[in-house]
Structure formats: structure tokens, C-alpha cells
Design a protein around this ligand. Structure first.
Ligand SMILES: [Zn+2]
Length: 249
């Protein structure tokens, strides 16, 4: 019994440690602005939700593609006739070009989540620009589309990064509802958490890779989530449709 208790405590500590490692070490400094402040500072460039008074929602999937979770998510979206937005990491797209093409071919929006998922607020401007440019060029080679939407890793924004991205003609997309699928392995908790956060026009953050300790929870929860939100009268659209902005330049 004691051994079991010690083992489960160790497992919990390991999961917590990994989850913490996912956050930027200096998040207390880089989250200087709330999302409402970013909207006010960069109108027309920064968005974290669509207009209210709509029945539309956007599902967004970050950090892929991989050849496991992304494929299963695409299958589920297809079965349910739902389109989403995939914020892809350049170095992952390079490894899975066929999956990038499949995402585009099935009518989902492809967007830019930087090349290597570094804390953009901590990079020199030339490095930050390169993280986006290299990803944009690869995604354009693979799909023929020039991505116009960027999501900053962890949502970590600084005025320097925002101005650079704005100058290069991109729009920055945050989120209004976090599924916590990178941390929480229980579908019921994810559903309850989203139920409390989802409003008309919500942009929902999920992930299309597998995080350690979560047992591919995104894939397990997605069919129930789609069913529940459809039953509440919501329709799923891509982020660009929700915000009435172009997905590609
Ligand atoms: Zn990410």
C-alpha cells in the first residue's frame, strides 16, 4: 500500500513537472498584457474571440502536425463535417509534409505557430521574424497558400514582436477558451472546463500532438465535445471565417 502511494505521488509529480516544463520559464514577465489590452493596443491585428451574437465557434489545434493525434483528429472532424484551424509548427510540418497537405485538402485553415515554438518575446527581432518566415515559406511550398494568421507560442507577446508581426502583414490569434488538453487526462474535466468558458464567438484552444501523461485526451474528448456544442446550437467555423479576415495573403 505504501509503495503504491509513493508511486502514485511520484507519477503525479512527474506529470506536474512535465506540465510545468511546457510553460515558458519567464511567463510572469512576458504575459505583461491581458488579451483585452492587446486588442486595444493592436486593433485589427490581435484577436482572441469572434463577435458575440453569433452561434459560431472556432476549434483550433496547435503544435502539430504529428502522425498520431493529428491524423485521428482529422478523421473525427471529417466524420462530423467540422472544419477547424491548425496552427502548425514549422519543424513538425517539415517532418510530416503529407499530413500538412491533407489538412489543407480537407478544407481546414492552416496557420503559422512559428518554426520551433520558442518564447518569441525573448528572441531578438531577426530571430522572431525568421521563426515566422521560415514556417510561412515551408507551408506555402506544401500547400500553395501564404499563411496570414500567426499564433505566438503560449500566447507570449511583447510590443516588439507584435509590431514586427503587424509590419509583416500577419494577424495574431489568441484564444478565449483553453481546453487544458496539454495537462488534463480526464475528458469529463475538459468538457466541464470548456462548458464554463465557451461563449458565442469563442476561439477554443486544443492541441494536435500528444502530451506526456494526457493519454491522447484531445482525441478521446473531441467527439463528445463536438456533439455537446452542436446540441447547444453552435456551428463550427475556421478562425478566419469567425473573424471575417483572410486566412491567406
Ligand atoms: Zn503551442
Amino acid at each position: 500500500m505504501l509503495v503504491l502511494l509513493v508511486l502514485s505521488a511520484l507519477a503525479a509529480a512527474l506529470v506536474a513537472g512535465k506540465a510545468h516544463a511546457y510553460l515558458p520559464a519567464d511567463d510572469g514577465i512576458t504575459y505583461r498584457y491581458t488579451r483585452e489590452q492587446l486588442v486595444a493596443m493592436y486593433p485589427g491585428t490581435y484577436f482572441f474571440a469572434g463577435p458575440g451574437g453569433t452561434t459560431k465557434l472556432a476549434l483550433t489545434f496547435d503544435d502539430g502536425p504529428d502522425d498520431q493525434a493529428t491524423v485521428r483528429i482529422l478523421n473525427i472532424l471529417k466524420e462530423n463535417s467540422v472544419r477547424g484551424t491548425f496552427f502548425l509548427i514549422g519543424k513538425h510540418a517539415q517532418v510530416h509534409p503529407a499530413i500538412v497537405r491533407r489538412i489543407a485538402a480537407e478544407g481546414h485553415t492552416i496557420a503559422n505557430h512559428t518554426w520551433s515554438h520558442r518564447n518569441m518575446a525573448r528572441l531578438a527581432p531577426y530571430q522572431a521574424r525568421r521563426e515566422i518566415k521560415d514556417t510561412q515559406e515551408l507551408l506555402e511550398r506544401l500547400t500553395g497558400h501564404r499563411t496570414a494568421l500567426v499564433r505566438l507560442p503560449w500566447g507570449s507577446a511583447s510590443p516588439e514582436v507584435m509590431e514586427l508581426v503587424q509590419k509583416d502583414g500577419y494577424r495574431v490569434i489568441g484564444w478565449s477558451a483553453d481546453s487544458h488538453d496539454w495537462l488534463e487526462p480526464q475528458p469529463s474535466k475538459i468538457l466541464a472546463g470548456l462548458d464554463a468558458q465557451v461563449r458565442p464567438g469563442a476561439i477554443i484552444l486544443m492541441h494536435s500532438i500528444v502530451f506526456p501523461g494526457t493519454q491522447e485526451v484531445t482525441v478521446r474528448v473531441l467527439p463528445a465535445l463536438i456533439k455537446e456544442l452542436k446540441a447547444q446550437g453552435y456551428q463550427f467555423v475556421t478562425v478566419d471565417e469567425l473573424l471575417h479576415i483572410p486566412a491567406y495573403g
